[in-house]
Ligand binder design. Structure first.
Ligand SMILES: [Zn+2]
Length: 265
C-alpha cells in the first residue's frame, strides 16, 4: 500500500534520516517537505536532491514572519524558479500564536499567494483562529489554478463547499484523532468531497496521543513528543474508517488527489 504525505517537515533536526527511510519501507511515497523560513530552505532543497519523493515546498510560516530577513520575497522567487517541482508553503495566518502581528502576516500571505499564482504553483495554508481573514483574502484574490491545501483542516463545515469551489484540498492529520474533534471527523466523513481529501503527518509536529502512535521518535530538548513520519499509516487508517473505506481504497483516493494537486497529473 502506497500513501503520500501531503504535509511534513523532514528538514527539522528532530526527524533523523533513518526515520524517513523506515517510513518509506512502510509505504510512504511522496512527501511534501514544507520549508518555514529562508533559513531552512537549503535543507528542504537538499532533501529533494537526495530523493525525488521529497517534494520541496518553500514558504514563510506565519510564526516566522517577525524574524524574516529583508528581501525574503526575492529569495523565495529565486528558490521557486530554481525548483520547478516545488510548491509554495508553509504560509498562512495564525491569530493564536503569542505576539502575532495580523498586518505583517497578511502582507506576507498576499506576497506568497501572488507568487504562487504567477508561477502556477499549488500552495499550502496554515490557518489557526483566522478563518474570517483567510476567507476575506481568498474570496477577493486570484488563487493558483491547481488549487491549494488547507493543512490539518480545522474550520467550520459551512465553508467547505465554498472553499472546495475555490480549489481547496483538506488534509486529515493526528489532530483529527483527538476525542474532542468528532465534529471535524464528521466533516471528513461526509462534507468534504472525495476528490479533495488528503492525509498528512506534519512530522515531527502534531504527534498523536500514545494510543495512536505506532512509531516513536525521541522527544525534543523541551520534552515535547515528536511525530514519526511513518505514523502517516495510522492517520490513513483512521481516515479510511471515518469515510467507511478500506485502507487500500483510501490510499488510492488520497494518492490520486495528491497527484492532481502537487504533481499536476
Ligand atoms: Zn506544518
Amino acid at each position: 500500500m502506497l500513501v503520500h504525505d501531503a504535509h511534513c517537515h523532514y528538514q527539522f533536526a528532530e526527524v533523523p534520516a533513518a526515520a524517513v527511510d523506515l517510513a518509506r519501507r512502510e509505504g510512504v511515497g511522496y512527501a511534501v517537505v514544507n520549508g518555514s523560513a529562508p533559513v531552512d530552505w537549503p535543507d528542504v532543497a537538499a532533501l529533494a536532491a537526495r530523493d525525488a519523493r521529497n517534494l520541496p515546498a518553500f514558504g514563510l510560516h506565519p510564526w516566522d514572519v517577525p524574524t524574516a530577513p529583508v528581501g525574503w520575497e526575492a529569495l523565495l522567487r529565486e528558490t521557486l524558479v530554481a525548483h520547478p517541482q516545488a510548491s509554495v508553503g508553509e504560509m498562512g495566518l495564525d491569530r493564536w500564536v503569542e505576539g502575532h502581528d495580523p498586518v505583517a502576516q497578511e502582507t506576507a500571505f498576499r506576497a506568497q499567494l501572488a507568487l504562487a499564482v504567477e508561477l502556477e504553483r499549488p500552495l499550502t495554508i496554515h490557518c489557526v483562529r483566522a478563518i474570517g481573514p483567510l476567507m476575506d483574502i481568498l474570496r477577493a484574490t486570484p488563487v493558483p489554478r491547481r488549487g491549494f491545501l488547507l493543512h490539518s483542516w480545522n474550520g467550520p463545515v459551512e465553508l467547505v463547499p465554498e472553499l472546495a469551489g475555490l480549489g481547496a484540498y483538506f488534509s486529515f492529520s493526528a489532530h483529527h484523532l483527538r476525542p474532542t474533534k468528532a465534529d471535524l471527523r464528521a466533516q471528513f466523513a461526509a462534507a468534504i468531497p472525495a476528490d479533495r481529501v488528503l492525509v498528512e503527518t506534519d512530522a515531527p509536529a502534531l504527534c498523536p496521543a500514545p494510543e495512536h502512535r505506532r512509531y516513536e521518535l525521541p522527544p525534543d530538548a523541551a520534552g515535547v513528543a515528536q511525530n514519526h513520519p511513518a505514523n502517516l499509516l495510522v492517520n490513513l487508517e483512521e481516515l479510511a474508517r471515518t469515510r467507511g473505506l478500506s485502507p487500500e481504497t483510501a490510499a488510492e483516493l488520497t494518492c490520486a488527489n495528491f497527484a492532481r494537486l502537487f504533481l499536476g497529473q
